[in-house]
Ligand binder design. Sequence first.
Ligand code: HEC
Ligand code: HEC
Ligand code: HEC
Ligand code: HEC
Length: 169
Amino acid sequence: MKNFSFLFFMLWMITGAGLLAAPLPVIISHGPISDENQGQWVGDQKCIPCHEKIYQEWLTSPHGRAWQKLADEKSQKNPSCLRCHTTGYGQAGGFSEFSATPQLINVQCESCHGPASRHLQKVKDWSQVKSACQECEIRRICMGCHTPKQSPDFSFPNDWKKIKHTLDK
Ligand code: HEC
Ligand code: HEC
Ligand code: HEC
Ligand code: HEC
């Protein structure tokens, strides 16, 4: 018995540490879809017809202007900036460069909610940030970009309150 507990503890440690070390935890795979492939990145324009209010809130938030920050610094082609100022960079079908994937600039909806093509096909059949482990899961997504180096003062849930589009409504 003791050995088993230890084994599970080790597994927990390993998988837990693996999650923390993940470069950008975009795929949120709990809820109805259990495999990792939630589909393709579709871009924010596709969300407007059904989520216009959230879209407008997002557009005027820092995440909706993250690409402009790179433009100000003339860094739109600097690979070391793209992971946190675009959507899905480094992942299959995600942002690659402006000329190829202009629809995936900025820290879009799918940066936090994951690729959404399946959601578009069937709106109810989609897993995303809402989960039994909501706060730690959301925090993990944020920390993928708000690293201690980039955002030394980042604190959850305070920073979520600054940009939230749903909680407490
Ligand atoms: C055709 C309409 C439609 C489009 C387009 C659409 N959604 Fe939705 N979305 C819905 C509906 C309806 C719900 C509520 C589903 C429910 O109650 O189960 C929803 C729910 C959600 C949820 C919450 C799911 C939950 O479990 O609470 C998220 C997140 C979301 N959509 C994100 C997006 C994103 C991102 C896009 C653009 C890529 C998008 N949606 C495009 C209709 C749409
Ligand atoms: C690890 C993720 C990450 C990377 C990589 C990254 N950024 Fe950022 N960047 C952020 C986050 C998070 C913020 C918001 C910081 C805050 O206020 O908490 C930010 C904010 C900014 C800002 C506005 C705030 C300021 O300091 O003026 C600019 C400009 C910026 N980044 C440019 C860049 C450039 C240029 C690069 C590449 C050389 C880059 N970033 C790479 C995550 C990143
Ligand atoms: C910075 C990360 C982030 C971005 C960017 C983001 N969301 Fe969310 N969104 C969240 C979180 C976290 C929640 C969970 C809030 C909750 O559980 O009440 C959420 C919840 C939702 C919900 C569920 C609303 C409800 O009342 O149940 C919808 C729909 C949604 N987001 C759509 C979008 C759309 C559309 C965009 C882009 C226009 C977007 N989100 C951008 C993090 C994000
Ligand atoms: C894909 C990378 C990425 C993810 C994921 C992400 N952010 Fe950001 N966030 C940024 C960047 C880049 C900026 C800076 C944008 C700018 O200055 O225009 C930023 C800015 C912010 C700001 C404004 C900071 C300031 O002081 O100006 C807040 C608040 C914030 N993010 C909260 C969150 C929260 C909460 C989450 C998780 C639910 C989250 N972010 C997830 C990249 C990300």
